[in-house]
Write a protein that binds this ligand. Structure first.
Ligand code: AMP
Length: 622
């Protein structure tokens, strides 16, 4: 099947263009390519030698956007407008991140719903997809500057534990940045590829990838078999990394010099300087025995043995996670053939030696641990470009396959470029009370609205027993067999009702039609993603209106007439916006209606609990 590239700058189709590998990281991002002369993966560097671009976006006056080191410098001075760790928000709702909301110094919009989270900067709302697209755009333009050629095709890496919607969000971010994302690959897979593991098709191995960065720890257990990587298990800690080690050193110094909590609170500059010195000390101790420095008259000293003692419990914790990952994978330590080290913190000698002891193996640690994931993405890109003749590409799906969801949106189940055979399932539900049938329409294409894609088939799953909206659980699975035939199956789990259909996805499409569909998707990316966001906001608004009306109807007796009026007013305002409002206006009004109705729900809950515990008042809200 065809591999197609589109030069966004000229609109022309190119078959030979370089494909870059991108590590879109939580803290830093970077781009790598296969060097045309050496045929080896290399990270792209600025004049000053740095390859890492901090994954930080700053919004300045007049809508100016700065990404990277310059944005990082504004973290302390302008926290409300400087957005970091966007990757932690990808594909998440506010409810998902509520417990860690204090981690962010900027405003993550609390809409108290399951819909995708947004970041508020002044009057503007940004989705994590948009924020990531700013980072990718910056990476792309830096790469174009260094390579002196347009860059339009990329392989982007994501953590192995990223779910479908987080992967789709990453794909969308690439598309918004004008990139044709040929494949999303797992970070541990990329790291293994960078060391050449898996390039020999005869190889059959179990691999442990130990990834300790600045803020996160991940362990992944992979199996490589016939040139295909399979993730057997992942485990980790999303808030454990080198930053914690810096904090340990800071605490030690603060204790030694009896620097009071109050002084630290009042002297942010001292706190910040201590933190930076601690990081310098940590890095220094990766190659030296002792660090000595001072801030004014505060003497700072830390030895390797002191440092090792401080971090030991954290490393033990990571090894505990390794045990769990092994158990989940159904493997023992002795079954692991290769251990790959990823992330800046794995430069610490104690970590290397303890991980090596744990697995009883020598480590793959010769490549730069900050760059290894991007290097592997470049290796994968090179395979996709057909430059690695030994590595035969398995058949792939040329266009994405999905189903139509509310508002005529395309929900992709199998993204394009997925190796076949493959199987994916996802759960859906009904929109209306007592709905007895659900129409399942299958589409092929890259656009966000199904009307712009190609309809392959449609069938009705009938005989669903009457249930309230949202209760039926319809599992739709797509199976593409080795011949490229798609089998779509829909099953209502609660009742067991089931229906299948067979489709030949590629039927009737020539290479040039596929090319056109791809090009259209990139040209229209911005509008498409905007339309999708608007449609989603409209659907959310309509659902909220329904539930709120229902709620008022059932619980009138607990509300005052003026509360009912106020709620109806907010409902009407929202209803008007559904026909002509913008996404931000809708979101704003949704939040307003939520704010009005939230206390009612809490009040009712209290009443219910009070009734249940025999009239004792547990809240003074009512
Ligand atoms: P990453 O998130 O993979 O970029 O890793 C960044 C983390 O690696 C930060 O906490 C750095 O302080 C840490 N780091 C960078 N260089 C070293 C080093 N030589 N020794 C120990 N930690 C390091």
């Amino acid at each position: 099947m065809a591999k197609i590239g589109i030069n966004i700058a000229t609109g022309s189709l190119q078959k030979e263009e370089m494909i870059v590998g991108i590590d879109l990281g939580t803290t830093n991002s970077l781009v790598a390519i296969i060097h045309p002369d050496s045929n080896q993966p290399v990270a792209l560097r600025e004049h000053n030698g740095t390859s890492l671009v901090p994954s930080i976006v700053h919004f300045g006056e007049n809508n100016s956007i700065t990404v990277g080191e310059d944005a990082r410098k504004l973290l302390i001075r302008d926290p409300a407008n400087t957005i970091y760790s966007t990757k932690r928000l990808m594909g998440k709702s506010y409810n998902d991140i509520r417990d860690n909301a204090s981690f962010y110094a900027f405003k993550v919009h609390d809409d108290n719903t399951e819909s995708l989270v947004k970041v508020q900067v002044g009057p503007q709302f940004y989705t994590p997809v948009e924020l990531s697209s700013f980072i990718l755009k910056e990476l792309r333009s830096r790469a174009e500057h260094i390579l002196k050629t347009p860059v339009t095709k990329a392989v982007i890496t994501v953590p192995a534990y990223f779910n479908d919607s987080q992967r789709q969000a990453t794909r969308d971010a690439g598309r918004l940045a004008g990139l044709d994302v040929l494949r999303i690959i797992n970070e541990p897979t990329a790291a293994s590829l960078a060391y050449g593991i898996g390039l020999n098709k005869e190889e059959e191995k179990a691999i442990a990838v130990y990834d300790l960065g600045g803020g996160t720890f991940d362990i992944s257990i992979l199996k490589i078999h016939n040139g295909i990587f399979e993730v057997l298990s992942t485990h980790g800690d999303t808030y454990l990394g080198g930053d914690d080690f810096d904090q340990l050193i800071v605490k030690k110094w603060v204790k030694e010099h009896k620097i009071g909590e109050e002084r630290l609170q009042n002297d942010k500059e001292l706190m910040q300087t201590l933190r930076l010195k601690a990081e310098t000390a940590k890095v220094h101790l990766s190659s030296k025995d002792v660090f000595i420095d001072h801030i004014g008259d505060i003497q700072l000293q830390v030895t390797v043995s002191e440092f090792n003692k401080l971090i030991q419990p954290y490393i033990t914790k990571t090894l505990g996670a390794c045990e769990i990952a092994l158990k989940d994978a159904g493997l023992k330590k002795q079954d692991i053939n290769e251990v790959v080290m990823v992330g800046g913190s794995t430069r610490t000698p104690l970590i290397k030696s303890l991980v090596s002891d744990f697995f009883g193996l020598s480590l793959h640690d010769t490549l730069n641990p900050d760059e290894v994931v991007a290097l592997g993405a470049a290796v994968q890109a090179n395979i996709l470009a057909g430059n690695n003749k030994e590595m035969l590409l398995l058949d792939i799906t040329p266009l994405s396959l999905g189903v139509e969801t509310m508002g005529g949106l395309m929900d992709v189940l199998i993204p394009r470029n997925t190796k076949i055979p493959t199987r994916v399932s996802r759960n859906y539900t009904s929109q209306k009370d007592g709905q007895s049938g659900i129409v399942i329409s299958v589409f092929q294409g890259e656009r966000d609205l199904v009307k712009d894609n190609r309809k392959l088939a449609s069938f009705i799953l009938e005989g669903i027993p009457a249930m309230p909206a949202g209760l039926p659980k319809v599992e739709i699975s797509f199976l593409i067999n080795a011949d490229g035939i798609l089998l779509v199956n829909a099953k209502e789990i609660r009742s067991g009702t089931e229906q299948s259909i067979e489709v030949k996805p590629q039927y009737g499409l020539t290479d040039s039609e596929v090319e056109k569909m791809l090009m259209d998707s990139i040209i229209n990316a911005k509008d498409d993603i905007k339309t999708r966001a608007l449609t989603e906001a409209k659907t959310e608004a309509a659902q909220l209106i329904d539930t709120t009306l229902n709620f008022i109807e059932k619980n009138k007796e607990y509300l005052t007439p003026s509360e009912v009026d106020q709620t109806n007013e907010a409902i009407n305002a929202l209803r008007n916006l559904i026909s002509q409002g913008t996404k931000d206006e809708l979101q704003f009004q949704i939040e307003k209606l939520n704010e009005i109705s939230r206390p009612y729900a809490e009040r009712l809950m209290d009443i219910a609990i009070r009734k249940a515990i025999g009239g004792k008042n547990i809240s003074d809200n009512y």
